[in-house]
Design a protein around this ligand. Structure first.
Ligand code: GLN
Length: 487
């Protein structure tokens, strides 16, 4: 399926529409529809129109456009933007204006990306519904009574509601793939290190990774290719390895080995299982070879993730002390009281729960019992995936055991929500790439997603497999909601 990015690029180059007109259409659509979605927490119309003007000047001068030039887009509000407030949707960072750009945003600005605004997220990216945001959650464009997912819920809501062509989110345990799955979109979590984390506000540094949310596979490939550059400012950066992924999309997948690990299908809702099994049959019809095996250590994924991610978060979030950034409590007698009250008032319930959990598993009496054990099991999971990729080229699994939750699901039982991350966290533990793509809808019309998981730096392979499926099933599966701007 042709993506929106190439289509818009062609329309701009042929002067069918100017970039300023296009941007104005998106800004008007935001005015009209974002009140319902709550996708944007900070709109940047001036920056958008300024970038659009630069693009129009380039077109007028007869210059060729770069792949992402002039494309209206959004950034999750944990990606630092110089001069533009960046809050992580936390009261503690309200009013914080970064003095530097994240590398990904620096790269995109060089392509005159049209930033429409910063989008909603779970506070500090901790959550699966976007409802821990201090701005209230983003809604699902396919059904406003349901959540957009999380933590990058605002990006998915905006892209699914056609209020941005694409967006960048971050994925620590599923935060790109899960909202993409809930909103019927494509969400790519790259290999750890492929995209620079410089300027991404840290949640759990050994898991965090930036990636695109788009409405088509080709768009995801183009955005990924643009942002996957080596960056010396991120000590874990490696950049993309190999050719641009957009070049591999059309390769035939006859003979490609698609692995099915039975553990990914345990506890999955029946309609989700049926949709994913139907997709497996589509792959068979495309000539892929399906191989079945067990990965028993997958059962450790959730505890390993929640122990290690909370431990890292408790350390990373130590910097919010009321002195250096954002919010500070009004009344205090001394420094200790100021820090304590600032953190108590500034952080939301979920963030505080995780700081407490993380501090507990790192404390001297419990370090060996929890943190160290989880680190060892992380190694076990890495090996389990290494073994799996001896048997297959990509793994196929559901993205989430269910479809988008009704609103307030998380408030009722946060632990129940943790359990829904079961299918997304394994690849973050192992540092692998995975893409979530739509594969059907439930009885209420809410999208169902599946993920294709690859070996390290095999983004080209999983996007190739995703593209071939997209081409086979077409637009009734890959569809955005009926609102916003139609291109
Ligand atoms: N839902 C997971 C969590 O709450 C993942 C979040 C993320 O990827 N940022 O931690």
């Amino acid at each position: 399926m042709e993506g929106k990015i190439k289509k818009i690029s062609r329309m701009l180059a042929s002067k069918e529409i100017s970039c300023t007109e296009l941007t104005q259409q998106y800004l008007a659509a935001m005015e009209r529809d974002d009140g319902k979605l709550n996708a944007y927490v900070n709109r940047t119309p001036d920056a958008a129109l300024q970038a659009a003007k630069a693009v129009d000047q380039k077109i007028a001068a007869g210059e060729a456009l770069l792949p992402l030039e002039g494309i209206p887009m959004t950034l999750k509000d944990n990606i630092s933007t110089k001069g533009i407030e960046t809050t992580c949707c936390s009261k503690i960072l309200k009013g914080y204006v970064p003095i530097y750009d994240a590398t990904v945003w620096e790269i995109l600005q060089k392509q005159n990306a049209v930033l429409l605004g910063k989008t909603n997220m779970d506070e500090f990216a901790m959550g699966s519904s976007c409802e821990t945001s201090c701005f209230g959650g983003a809604k699902n464009p396919h059904n406003l009574a349901h959540v957009a997912g999380g933590s990058s819920g605002g990006v998915a809501s905006a892209v699914g509601g056609n209020l941005a062509v694409y967006g960048l989110g971050s994925d620590t345990g599923g935060s790109i793939r899960q909202p993409a799955s809930f909103c019927g979109l494509v969400g790519l979590k790259p290999t750890y290190g492929a995209v620079s984390r410089y300027g991404l506000i840290a949640y759990a540094s050994s898991f965090d990774q930036i990636g695109p949310i788009t409405s088509t596979v080709e768009d995801a490939a183009l955005v990924y290719d643009a942002i996957s550059l080596y960056d010396e400012r991120d000590s874990t950066s490696s950049g993309r390895k190999g050719a641009p992924t957009a070049q591999s999309l059309v390769n035939p997948i006859k003979g490609m080995k698609i692995g099915i690990a039975k553990e990914y299908f345990e506890g999955i809702r029946d309609d989700v299982r049926t949709a994913v099994e139907e997709a497996i049959r589509v792959y068979e019809s495309l000539g892929a070879e399906i191989v079945h095996f067990d990965m028993p250590s997958l059962k450790y994924s959730l505890p390993v993730y929640y122990i290690l991610a909370c431990a890292e978060a408790s350390s990373n979030l130590g910097r919010y002390d009321g002195i250096r950034y954002g919010y500070r409590t009004d009344h205090y007698a001394d420094r200790d009281e100021m820090v304590c009250k600032t953190r108590s008032e500034g952080f939301g319930e979920e963030v505080k729960r995780r700081i407490l959990l993380g501090t507990y598993v790192l404390s001297s009496g419990y370090y060996d019992a929890y943190y160290k054990k989880a680190q060892n099991l992380r190694g076990t999971l890495v090996h389990a995936f290494e073994d799996a990729f001896q048997k297959c080229d990509v793994l196929l699994a559901p993205t989430v055991p269910m479809t988008a939750f009704p609103q307030n699901f998380t408030a009722q039982d946060p632990v129940e929500t943790y359990l829904t991350d079961i299918c997304t966290v394994p690849v973050n533990i192992a540092g692998l790439p995975a893409v979530s793509i739509p594969c059907g809808s439930d009885a209420a019309g809410l999208p169902i997603g599946m993920q294709l998981i690859g070996n390290r730096f095999c983004e080209g392979t999983i996007l190739n497999a995703a593209y071939q499926y997209e081409t086979a099933v077409g637009e009734h599966v890959f569809r955005t909601a009926d609102m916003g701007v139609s291109v």
